[in-house]
Design a protein around this ligand. Structure first.
Ligand code: 2IT
Length: 441
């Protein structure tokens, strides 16, 4: 860690993600001298390569704008590079390296043959028109297209990139590459190669994982109060499935504050979340304005101030601090499933684990998203579309398998399960073994 920190000064998120994995795997690693001999750790923590490019486009006022674009191809030991694109003003090499690193282990957990990658831009979608989004996506793809391909690297969405952006990106890719394979991006529209249930998959998968976790301790989701942070694609899918499974979603949040929904979120509100996301306003208060009788908005407050049984961070890395964890516990929360990538700060995770609050990390909980991207790739390769039932069955099966891997590698001598350790060891062992078998490259 010291060597890595000296080599990459100031890359806080990246170093945080690596530290968590190394702490989890230390014991197992020391039992495998062949990993040490092949310098697996030293190789695994560095991305295979990073592409950085300038993206220049023209805004609605006719002004020229310049952003930075990136693709971090992290690890291809178990399959072609796979991972989302994030458009957010705070995107940096450190952020994308942490996400690419996490993606490598997450993809290994899905049981599908996908390596890890991440990309994106410091382009800020907030307040942008549809035309501006399209022009930006086209300019971004002018550079990105040379780095990707259906057998090389398959991007998808992440924060700030949904099916609208994937559409604009795919249109430009086809124009430039003169390649009409449907499988270079996932999260596509249903008419042009998209998989049924991909939009819902991250949230649905997270709730299936939560169900398995609760089942292990003899509990169910029925009647439980759930606080969700965020209101984007992931929060939407989580709210929808949680409600369907009999839980009550009592909070959603945004950068402006939290919406408390005492009687639980309704189908109408869940549909409205999609419009809020598409508006690019980045304001959750719009929900309270639209449903004033049922929703109470509190400015500058987080979702973790609302009493709940289960907390589901669905927004951004490090969004849940130690103080938030303490407040959750004080309000009676007994389970936190991290749906955002690295959503909880390390001391918040330690607090959960030390206080016997059930906790599972993002790379296990949210893997249903990329897993369903993998299922989209399979359908594209076969030139077939599966039914919703078929995709949902496979997603169920994958989330169950991920939970089983966590249990297999994370069960402690006292019988409790350390899901952080379980997920990290299971992902690591698969990637490490694959690297070892393919020699020093
Ligand atoms: O963090 C993630 O797993 C994603 N943003 C989804 C990546 C994908 O390729 O579907």
């Amino acid at each position: 860690m010291q060597r890595l920190a000296a080599k990459h000064p100031g890359e806080a998120e990246y170093l945080q993600a690596v530290q968590e994995v190394l702490e989890s795997i230390e014991e197992v690693y020391n039992r495998h001298p062949e990993f040490e001999k092949a310098k697996i750790i030293e190789r695994m923590v560095e991305p295979d390569r990073i592409f950085t490019f300038r993206v220049t486009w023209v805004d609605d006022r006719g002004e020229v704008q310049t952003n930075l674009g990136y693709r971090v191809q992290f690890n291809s030991a178990i399959g072609p590079y796979k991972g989302g694109l994030r458009f957010h003003r705070a995107v940096s090499p450190s952020m994308l390296k942490f996400l690419g690193f996490e993606q490598t282990f997450k993809n290994a957990l899905t049981t599908l043959p996908m390596g890890g990658a991440k990309g994106g831009s410091d382009f800020d979608p907030v307040g942008k028109s549809d035309d501006e989004i399209m022009r930006f996506c086209q300019a971004f793809m002018l550079e990105l297209w040379q780095c990707i391909g259906p057998d090389q690297d398959i991007p998808a969405g992440d924060v700030g990139v949904g099916s609208r952006e994937i559409g604009f990106l795919n249109g430009m890719y086809q124009k430039l590459a003169r390649e009409y394979h449907t499988g270079v991006l996932t999260g596509k529209g249903m008419a042009w190669g998209g998989s049924i249930l991909r939009p819902e998959a991250t949230g649905y998968g997270a709730l299936y994982f939560t169900q398995h976790m609760l089942d292990k301790v003899g509990k169910t989701l029925q009647g439980k109060h759930i606080a969700i942070s965020g209101f984007g694609n992931v929060a939407w899918g989580a709210a929808k499935k949680a409600t369907e499974l009999g839980a009550k979603v009592v909070a959603i949040s945004g950068p402006d504050g939290v919406c408390e929904i005492k009687d639980g979120i309704t189908g109408e509100m869940i549909d409205y979340m999609l419009l809020m996301r598409a508006s690019n306003r980045n304001r959750v208060q719009d929900m309270a304005d639209r449903f004033p009788d049922k929703v109470v908005f509190a400015a500058d407050k987080k979702a973790w101030t609302v009493p709940c049984d289960i907390a589901l961070p669905c927004a951004f890395q490090n969004e849940l601090s130690l103080d938030d964890a303490k407040q959750l516990k004080q309000n009676g929360c007994w389970c936190c499933c991290e749906v955002s990538n690295m959503g909880c700060q390390p001391d918040a995770i330690h607090f959960f684990l030390n206080n016997h609050i059930l906790f599972a990390p993002g790379k296990a909980v949210n893997a249903g998203g990329v897993a369903t991207s993998g299922l989209e790739m399979t359908q594209n390769a076969q030139h077939l579309n599966w039914t919703a039932q078929e995709v949902d069955n496979r997603l169920h099966h994958i989330m169950k398998a991920i939970h089983e891997q966590c249990v297999a590698h994370g069960t402690l001598p006292d019988g409790n399960i350390d899901y952080v350790k379980g997920a990290n060891i299971a992902g690591f062992m698969k990637v490490a073994q694959a690297m070892l078998e393919q020699g020093t490259i």
